[in-house]
Structures are given as C-alpha cells and as structure tokens.
Design a protein around this ligand. Structure first.
Ligand code: G6P
Length: 632
C-alpha cells in the first residue's frame, strides 16, 4: 500500500528513484511523484497514473538535457494508493512545506495520520496554506513549522504530535546530503550501499543496489548522510557517510545490519507476460522450497524449527484462532479445518478486522495464528496485538522475512515461496495452506494421529509439487473454456468442507482481476437463496473432487443443471461420471480431502487470470487494489 523510495549518495537520483518506484508499483499505482534536492532548492514532479507517466513527464521536462533539471543526488519518491483525497496530481506525494527561515522541505508518507484534521486547523492558524486533501501534507507543514535548522529534530518533534501509522522519508533544501526516515506501523527498510543509502518500503526496491539492510522498528527515526567532505571537490574528493538511529524521543538505538536474502531474478518477469502468471506457474518450485527440509518421511516426522521454542504449549493448547484478511483469510479457514481434523484441537478463523473490534474472549491456552503474505497487513497486526494483550500465544504464518508480524509473534513458520509481486495472491496461498498442513501434522502426531496416517500424509505431500505441475498443463484448456463464459457478469463458486474455502478463493480471484461479480459459498448453501440467481447460461464452478463430500456435491450440480446453469467442475482425474454432467472439467490428480485445496485452487487461479486477460485488463495492477494494505 503506497511505496516509498529515497536515496542519498553519489549517483544521479531521479532515474534511480524511478527504477525503485517501478519495483514498488504493485503496492499502489494511482499516482506517483518525486522530489530532488538540486542546488539550493527542491524540484518536485508529480503525476496521476502509473510510474511510467511520471517517467515520461520527467523525460519531457529534460531530465537528461544537460541543463541540470532534477540533477541532484538526494531525493525521495512515492507511488500512491489513495486514502485521503482522490488520486489527483495535487494529492500525489511528495508534499512540501516551507520553514520560517525560507527553506523548502518535502515528505513522502505511507499510512494514515489519524489526527490530521486538528493539526491542519492548527497549521492553518499558523499561516500555512494547504493545496491538497491529504493527511501527508499536514505532516510536511508540521515538520516545516517545527524546523529550527535540524531536519531530524523537526521530524521527531512532528511525529511526537501525530497519532496513526506512518513510514516517512523527508528531505530539506538546507541539508543537501541528508535523508530522514521514520516508521510506526508501516514497513521501512534502509539499504547500506557503496557511498550511499537507499530507503524503501520493501526490499524489492533495494536489492539491485545492496544486500546490507537495517529494518526500522516502530517509533524509530534514522538520519542518513552521504556527501563530499570538501564542497569544492564534490566528485573526486573524500566522501563521508553516516547513519544514526534514535527513537522519536531522541534516545539512541543500535541497529543490526542484516543480509537480504532476496534474489533479483526472482522478482523479474522471466519471460512471462504478467507476475501473476509467473507466480502461478512457479508454484511447483515454490512449494518444493516451502517443503524443503520440513518433511522427513524416513523418521516419519515434520520438522518446523520455528515452533521449537513453544512446542509443548502448542501441543497442549485448548484452542487455535486463525486471523487474516483476503486470500490469507481463506487459507486460515483451511487451517481451522486442518487443526480440528488432524490435531483434534478446537479452532476457528476470523477476519482480523472483526476480531479486533468485537471484544473477543481469549480463553487460557489459546494460540492466535496470524496468516499473512506480507506480514504487514494493518488489520491482522492489530488483531494479533489484541489477542496477545489478552494472553494468547502468538504464531505467525508469514512470507516476508523480518516483516512486522514475523517480529511480533512468539513462534512462526515462514512460507519460503519467494517474493510475491502480483497483487492477486496465488503462490502465497498455496504456501500458507502447505505450512498449516505441516503444522497440523506436527501437532497431530504429538496428539492422536496414528503413525501410519502421518506417514501417508507425508508421502502424499511430497508428491504435491509434481501434481501441481500436471494441473498447470491444462492452462490452454482452461483458457478455451473461460473464453466461452467471459462475457457473463455473474459467477458462482461452490464447494464443501476443505473445498469450500477454495470456492471462496476462486470467487475472490475472479472479482479482483477481471471485475466479474462472483460469489463463493458452501455448495449446500446455494439452495437457501443464491439458487434464485441461476438462469440459462450462468457459469457455476463446482470444486467437486472425489472424496467424502462427492455425492452431495453431485446433487448440487444436478440442481444447477436443472435450472439452465453451466457447470464448470474441478474434478478428480478419471472421474467419468462428472464429465457427463459438467460442461467443462478441469482435472486434478487423486488426493486426500485435506490436501485437495493445494491442487483444486490452481485451476481457479488460471480461470481468473485468463478471464482478466481475455477482458483486456491489467492483471498485475487491478483497479483500486493494493498488494499490502497497511491501513485499517
Ligand atoms: C490485500 C491484498 C490481498 C491479500 C490481503 C492480505 O487485500 O490485495 O491479495 O490477500 O491484502 O494480505 P497479506 O499480506 O496479509 O496476506
């Protein structure tokens, strides 16, 4: 949700900021902007739409014309997902402020300043004029108001006045070699490069420059300086760099530099037309990485080092509460079923946003499981904090290493499926479900599961990456089928038990990227209302694998056919019965009920992908969405 890049060093900053913004564009893409310290002043450019529009605009204004436009080596940039104010040029970041002594400063910001209205009134009283509707402009004017010759002190003072969430980067024309950045509730990483620092809201914008990073914690502020020692010899002379981190109350904090484990190749498109397709297609490998070293069929055990510290508490827990949003919520629902089914521990899954505000009862020996690809979702973080306050043991199922949820949990398991760039989550879902399957087996084995059953599941799990590859071979067939229904504006997705959350996920994927209205629900629920929607030709997708619910689902299929609906079935290979009733069939290899979601979701991801492409839509940047939602 919104992306920040900032740089101070010895390279021309504007192209570098644009490149960084492009890598972050999946976080928000309704407008973009940058500010560069150039000579004594700050040059700002902002535009509505994609980063490419900003790039084009910069080119038109002669960034490379040798006249020194945007020629500095210190700058900040932002790609926006609107919260306060429409996506217009005036609302785009950076926002500026003018200090009493006549210097200009510029700020980019992710998050929400909750008390912005009161601050705005105060600042207007002090003579500041506002041009935008944003909360960020309030922050830039507040920093300007408090500036007395030291940008870091002004940022600290301003942040002591605000409530809400923020990651910010600020620069001032008066301090031409300094970036100040700070965070509370929104991620921010500092890369330590050669003669330079680069700051970004996620690692993908940093990794091309350096692998040495610092992750700021909440309420921390960093001052990053890089510049020539001798102003008269800015190019060839000695160079000095310095970074300093403190709290917003100016208490020094020491920071650990860590190495980024991030492969740039993994975030490149690698020949695919979209990140979403790439991420769908790389799921066999992603899952192999996720399972690597965690299955030990010879010893008949699951190895989850991240749970070691509290194994006893996890095994003896009386209840598991899964909490998440979006796709991760659907994975959490499957987690709930797995824990009850395999470990025989009562479990439930709740939207984090609901859990947090409904005064939840947390009994003794409850484990809260926060499921999140990014590890930064504000709702999920807030639910986690609430449950921890009420005494729950916190477990994270997270993809992004070192993210806020990973750091806020007592124990956890990373997905290890690699960076996910496509806004519509795909491989992270499969990774989340796989990790929760491992957790359920880990617990089940220590509780009531027979050794034979554990062994059977482990053997099956090992085969899943290969099975996924087989399902993916049907991509062309799926596209041909989708082509027949792509003009229909209403779809239903139905499944039972383990395949019910998959139906929800299939509907969400279709909505997100093709803007087709789709609803997912338990197959049996259809007859309690939604059946009224079914008319001649309406596409109804059944997740109807051979398993304990098969016969019931077949009855539901008949109900749809009787009303003229078109049945698209995800079925088990070799199921000749279903092909008599369904208009189209996508096959998955035979698998146990509990492992079916790892396969049945794959054709539904492809249905959504092909529908969006056939409708001519921008798959990786669907309208109104953001990859990581860091506001509540
Ligand atoms: C956003 C994304 C979804 C994602 C959800 C939760 O809404 O668009 O794709 O599932 O956030 O994100 P998380 O990072 O917590 O898994």
């Amino acid at each position: 949700m919104c992306g920040i890049v900032a740089y101070v060093g010895n390279r021309r900053v504007a192209p570098l900021l644009i490149e960084g913004l492009k890598r972050l564009e999946y976080r928000g893409y309704d407008s973009a902007g940058l500010a560069v310290v150039n000579g004594d002043g700050i040059q700002v450019m902002r535009s509505v739409g994609r980063v490419s529009v900003l790039e084009q605009q910069l080119a038109e204004h002669g960034i490379d014309d040798g006249n020194g436009h945007f020629a500095g080596t210190l700058g900040i940039a932002h790609t926006r997902w609107a919260t306060h104010g429409a996506p217009t040029e005036v609302n785009a970041h950076p926002h500026t402020g003018r200090t009493a002594c006549g210097h200009t400063l510029a700020v980019v910001h992710n998050g929400i300043i909750e008390n912005y209205a009161a601050l705005r009134t105060y600042l207007q009283g002090q003579g500041h004029e506002f041009t935008s509707e944003t909360d960020t402009e309030v922050l830039s004017k507040l920093i300007a108001q408090l500036y007395e010759g030291d940008l870091k002190a002004a940022v600290q003072a301003a942040l002591r006045e605000v409530s809400g969430a923020y990651a910010i980067a600020a620069i001032c024309g008066n301090e031409p070699h300094t970036v100040i950045c700070a965070r509370k509730g929104s991620p921010l990483i500092i890369g330590i490069g050669d003669r330079s620092y680069i700051v970004a809201s996620d690692a993908s914008a940093i990794v091309a420059h350096t692998t040495q990073v610092i992750t700021l914690d909440d309420y921390q502020v960093a001052r990053l300086c890089a510049g020539p020692v001798d102003k008269k010899d800015p190019v060839g002379g000695p160079w000095a760099e310095e970074f300093q981190t403190t709290t917003i109350d100016n208490i020094p904090v020491s920071q650990q530099v860590r190495a980024l484990e991030f492969d740039l190749q993994k975030i490149e498109l690698g020949g695919y037309s979209h990140y979403m397709l790439k991420e769908i297609m790389e799921q066999p490998d992603a899952l192999r990485n996720c399972l690597r070293g965690r299955l030990d069929p010879r010893e008949n055990r699951v190895v989850l080092g991240g749970l070691d510290r509290f194994t006893r508490e996890l095994v003896r827990a009386k209840r598991y509460v899964f909490t998440a949003q979006g796709t991760a919520f659907h994975a959490g629902l499957i987690g709930q079923y797995l824990i009850e089914d395999m470990a025989k521990i009562p479990a439930r899954c709740e939207y984090a946003s609901e859990f947090r505000y409904r005064n939840p009862i947390i009994e003794d020996d409850t484990v809260i499981v926060a499921v999140s690809q990014s590890g930064e979702t504000a709702d999920t973080l807030a639910a986690l904090a609430e449950a921890k306050d009420r005494g729950a043991l916190a477990l994270g199922v997270v993809n992004v290493v070192g993210s806020s949820i990973a750091r806020e949990t007592d124990v956890g398991t990373y997905l290890h499926v690699g960076p996910e760039i496509g806004v519509a989550s795909t491989k992270a879902f499969v990774g989340q479900v796989a990790v929760m399957t491992l957790m359920a087996l880990f617990l089940g084995k220590r509780r009531y599961m027979s050794a034979q059953l554990v062994s059977d599941y482990l053997a099956e799990l090992e085969q899943i990456p290969r099975h996924i590859a087989r399902v993916l071979e049907q991509s062309d067939h799926i596209r041909t089928c989708v082509d027949r229904y792509v003009d229909r504006d209403n779809w239903l997705f139905l499944g039972r038990w383990y395949n019910y959350p998959v139906a929800l996920e299939g509907a969400l994927k279709l909505k997100e990227i093709s803007y087709i209205h789709a609803e997912g629900m338990p197959a049996a629920e259809m007859k309690h209302g939604p059946i009224a929607l079914i008319d001649e030709g309406m596409p109804v997708v059944f997740v109807a694998t051979r398993g304990s619910q098969y016969d019931k689902v077949m009855s539901n299929i008949e109900e749809v056919r009787a009303r003229g609906g078109r049945v698209i079935a995800v079925a088990t290979e070799g199921d000749t019965d279903i092909s008599r009733y369904a208009d189209s069939v996508f096959e998955i290899p035979p698998v146990s009920d509990a492992l079916a979601p790892l396969l049945t979701v794959i054709p539904l991801q492809l249905v959504a992908y092909h529908a969006a492409v056939l409708r001519g839509l921008d798959v990786d940047k669907p309208r109104n969405l953001a990859k990581s939602v860091t506001v509540e």
